[in-house]
Every structure is written in C-alpha cells, then in structure tokens.
Design a protein around this ligand. Structure first.
Ligand SMILES: Cc1cc2nc3c(=O)[nH]c(=O)nc-3n(C[C@H](O)[C@H](O)[C@H](O)COP(=O)(O)OP(=O)(O)OC[C@H]3O[C@@H](n4cnc5c(N)ncnc54)[C@H](O)[C@@H]3O)c2cc1C
Length: 364
C-alpha cells in the first residue's frame, strides 16, 4: 500500500480548486481498504472519501486521509424474465457505465447519461436527471465500515434515498452509528435505522442496478418532449434517448474541463401548496412543479435569477451567465470565494422569497 503525501487535488475536483491532500491512498480493491484499516497509523486518522470530485467544494488543503476510490469492474450478475441486474465497481466512471450498459443491450440508465463522477458516489446523493433517479434503478450496494473493516450489503430502503439525499450524505451524531449484522444466504446484511448517518464512515465498493424488462422510455420531461416534437420520433429507442440527453446537457451545462463547476449548486426547494400560493401572489411568474405527494417543487435557478445573480461574481467565483443554478470558477477561485458567493445568494433568496436554499455539493 502506497501513501502519497502532499498530493495536488486541482485535477481531482471539477471546480478545479487548488488544494492538496496531506496524505492519499488509492483504493483499487476491498483488500486495499482492509490494509488501511489494519494499519494502526492510518486506521486512527479521520478519512475523506474521494470519487471523481464532481460534487465537492474544497475550502482548503484536506487534512483527513483521502481514500481515492478506484475499484473497477462491470458485469451482468443476473438476468430474469423481469429484469437485468448489473454490478459495477465504485471507481468506474458513471457515464462510461451508462454507455457500456446500452452497448451491451441492457437499457434503463439512458436518462442519467453524462452525469460526471463515479459509480460509488451515485447512491450518495441519489443522482437524478431527466425524470429518473438512481433509486428507480437501484438494486443494492456493498460497503465497508471504516471502523472495523466489516462488509455490509444495503438495499434501497436501508440507503434512505431522498431527493439528492441518502444516509451517505449525513454525519451520524457521535455514538449513534450501529450497524447490526444479520446473516443471510448471500452474506451479511446491515440493518439501518432512521436518523442514521454514514458520511466518511463507510466506503461503497460496488453498486448493483436493477433494469426492468420490458424497457419503458421515460419521456415526461419538457426538454425530452421538445426533442420528440422537433425530431418527429414518437417512439425513441434507448440509444436515441441517450443521444438526446447528451445533446441537451452539452447545450445547457458548462463542461467542467473548460469551466470549473460542480453542476447544480443548490437543490430545488419544495414548499407546501399554501406557501406556493402565497409566493405566487407576490411573484406570479415563479416557476413551480406540483409533485405526486402534493408538495410543490420550485426551480432554484429561477429564484436565483429573479434576485439578479446571473453573471455576478465574488472574486473568481461567479454565477454562470446561462444558468443561474450553476456556480463556476473563472480561474483561480478559492473554495472560500465559492462559499461566500453561495452564502450571499442564499441570503438574497431568503430575504425575497423566505426560502433558504440548500447547497447540493459536499463542502470539504
Ligand atoms: C457538470 C456537472 C453536472 C452534474 N449534473 C448532475 C445531475 O444531473 N444530477 C446529479 O444528481 N448530479 C449532478 N452532478 C453532481 C455530480 O456529478 C454527482 O453528485 C456525482 O455522483 C458525484 O460523483 P463523484 O464521484 O464526483 O463524487 P465526489 O464529488 O468525489 O464525492 C461526492 C460525495 O460522495 C462521497 N463518496 C464518493 N465516493 C464514495 C464511495 N465510494 N463511498 C462512499 N462515499 C463516497 C464523497 O465523500 C463526497 O461526500 C453534476 C456535476 C457536474 C460537475
């Protein structure tokens, strides 16, 4: 096992913020994790788990031991009349998995094309785009508890998926975490309870996806409906949807290779019907979407734009001119500048609409 010191992280985060890892270990297998856990000097250090760095803001050098996840492998583990079950290593590139699954003839992930990052991070914020969330295609995952090296398999209920949320995004209050192991035919199973947080305490090593048969297209999203209308293709196949999603995303979002960013910086807030009616009286043009549970989702980008933030900056951190939901690095921005800008946006949206926006990326 190689411990690398003072590792530059600029190329390991899509904001391209300059920072260093004091110490970094590359994790290419579960055994690499066991070696870290079994090493008395490393085991006692706090840890930070790094995938593709596309959903983090680095606010300085990273003092915890960085575990850079590079576990590879993709395979079909099961096929039944009702579904395909695929498995991928946590270090696989997400978009490449989507493209591979389609090339192999296992459709179902096409709406999630072109989301940057790794497979292992996909359950962390229950990635979602164009009408599909990871939880809609999730089967189970394997993880290792960094405190004692035990291996656990979690199903969807145990992951506590929500809108851009899961148990992996939350820190457990000290002493609260307790994984109870129950023996099953396939190994141990962790029994998770509500209020349970696993951030930086477990490493996801493999994720399995359940792709239902027969395949059904998910087209109930305005941009995709527009593509159907423009192209005249009423019954697109999975590859057609993949191509459309890639084209829509390329037109809308800045390419992190060209302009540093972490995608949508804030979650779309949800409000009650009464709250929404109240805001509509003051702001008749507010963009809002009724949800199945009766709540209303508001477009965070619209709220930010309405407060006049498009194109504004703090130091070298700026609000993207073409999409107010995206904060960008205009060159040499620090994490502090990004967070100061984010805080100023939160304050002005709160003062005007009474809504506190919640950042999507993890602040490190
Ligand atoms: C241009 C752009 C567009 C984007 N579009 C979308 C979108 O449409 N939908 C969407 O949901 N997101 C989107 N994102 C956000 C991002 O791509 C996803 O959140 C992605 O899943 C992050 O993956 P990552 O490997 O880069 O994670 P990282 O940024 O490295 O890590 C994110 C968090 O996950 C934890 N983590 C990472 N790997 C593991 C692991 N193996 N085990 C345990 N914890 C782990 C980290 O500790 C950290 O807390 C976008 C980002 C960009 C830059």
């Amino acid at each position: 096992m190689l411990v690398e010191n003072n590792v530059p992280l600029q190329s390991c985060n899509t904001f391209h913020i300059v920072a260093k890892a004091h110490a970094l270990v590359r994790i290419a297998s579960e055994q690499d994790l066991q070696d870290v856990i079994g090493n008395p000097d490393l085991a006692r250090l706090p840890k930070f788990i790094l995938g593709g760095g596309s959903n983090i803001v680095l606010t300085g050098d990273v003092k915890p031991l960085v575990l850079k996840i590079e576990v590879k492998g993709r395979r079909l583990v099961q096929e039944t009349d009702k579904a395909y079950v695929l498995e991928a290593g946590a270090g696989e590139n997400w978009h490449e998995l989507v493209a591979w699954s389609l090339a192999q003839g296992y459709p179902g992930l096409e709406n999630l094309a072109m989301i940057p990052g790794t497979v292992g991070a996909s359950p962390v914020q229950n990635i979602g785009a164009y009408g599909v969330e990871l939880q809609d295609r999730f089967h189970s995952l394997d993880m290792v508890d960094l405190r004692n090296g035990t291996r656990h398999t979690l199903d969807a209920a145990q992951c506590g998926f929500g809108y851009r949320d899961s148990v992996f995004k939350h820190t457990a209050p000290a002493g609260v975490l307790s994984l109870t192991n129950t023996a099953t035919a396939t190994g141990t199973k962790a029994v998770a309870s509500a209020g349970f947080g696993l951030r930086d305490r477990v490493v996801i090593t493999h994720v399995r996806f359940l792709l239902p048969k027969p395949w059904k297209p998910e087209l109930g999203y305005a941009d995709l409906e527009r593509k159907i209308h423009e192209s005249g293709i009423r019954s697109p196949d999975p590859l057609q949807i993949f191509d459309w999603v890639c084209a829509i995303r390329s037109a809308k979002l800045p390419d992190p290779a060209v302009l540093g960013n972490a995608g949508s910086f804030f979650k779309n807030p949800t409000v009650t019907r009464e709250q929404c009616d109240d805001i509509i009286q003051r702001e008749p043009r507010i963009v809002h979407y009724p949800m199945d549970n009766g709540a209303i989702k508001l477009a965070a980008g619209w709220l930010i734009d309405a407060c006049g933030w498009k194109g504004k900056s703090v130091g070298n951190a700026a609000v993207y001119e073409r999409q107010a939901l995206v904060l960008v690095n205009r060159g040499h921005a620090t994490g502090g500048e990004v967070m100061t800008l984010a805080g100023a946006i939160q304050t002005s949206v709160y003062e005007r609409f009474g809504i506190m926006l919640e950042p999507e990326p993890v602040v490190v």
